[in-house]
Ligand binder design. Structure first.
Ligand SMILES: [Zn+2]
Ligand SMILES: [Zn+2]
Length: 240
């Protein structure tokens, strides 16, 4: 049943979008991101390699597994995910797909990733964010962060957007946007609504499957997208 997939050798690394929560290490010296779905496992840095989230001894992404980084092709699809209540404080990431990948209709599952730009929505009060502040949750050793304006930072642990970019390193740009996707414009609101509507009926696997985790692990084997191709950069090593 599984046909041989077309092999691709792009000259430039493919790009995509995903959403994630910014995190700050306990000692405040490192910054990164963590996936939005439950079981989001380990935070990842700007430049990171995926491994099999199930601990299986194969290289991610494996054809018969969910492992590897995930992203979607379409920015509006990723922005649409920011509309859901639990993802409102997540940020939008522009990523470069490095290493081996499997291409699907909606996005890629792949081996290695560079986060190029993190677009930060407004503070919960609606003002433009100037910092990331303690969001009140975390992972062992990592503090979850959320966008905050100068007034709402108050006494919370926080890091400026520029400071976050510096700690994350590897050329990351952090941009204060006006609202991820939901609040930006009517056009985008409509597109986001479209994305939500399309997801309806896919049960819980929806968002998790679309813009999953640092290292796979979307939990539950709901709807599987059909792979459309496999590939790797023509010169993988020189473009990391
Ligand atoms: Zn795997
Ligand atoms: Zn505020």
């Amino acid at each position: 049943m599984r046909l041989r997939l077309p092999e691709e050798r792009p000259a430039e690394p493919p790009t995509g979008y995903k959403i994630a929560h910014p995190v700050l290490s306990q000692d405040g010296t490192r910054a990164g991101f963590t996936g939005v779905s439950l079981g989001g496992a380990l935070p990842y840095g700007v430049l990171a390699d995926a491994s099999c989230v199930y601990g299986l001894r194969h290289r991610a992404p494996h054809r018969r597994c969910d492992c590897g980084f995930h992203c979607v092709h379409d920015r509006a699809t990723a922005e649409g995910l920011l509309c859901t209540g639990e993802h409102r404080s997540a940020v939008l990431l522009d990523v470069t797909v490095l290493g081996a990948y499997i291409r699907f209709e909606l996005g890629f599952r792949y081996a290695r990733q560079r986060v190029r730009v993190a677009t930060v929505g407004p503070c919960a009060c609606g003002a433009v964010a100037v910092a990331f502040a303690d969001a009140g949750w975390g992972r062992p050793g990592w503090l979850g962060l959320a966008a905050a304006c100068a007034g709402c930072v108050r006494g919370r642990t926080s890091v400026s957007l520029a400071g976050f970019a510096r700690l994350a390193g590897d050329g990351l740009r952090v941009v204060a946007g006006s609202g991820g996707g939901c609040r930006r414009s009517t056009r985008l609101r409509r597109r986001a609504r479209g994305a939500r509507t399309r997801r309806r009926g896919r049960a819980v696997a929806g968002p998790a499957r679309l813009v999953p985790e640092p290292v796979g692990g979307t939990g539950g084997r709901g709807v599987r997208q059909r792979a459309q191709g496999v590939g790797e950069l023509a010169s993988a090593s020189s473009r990391a």
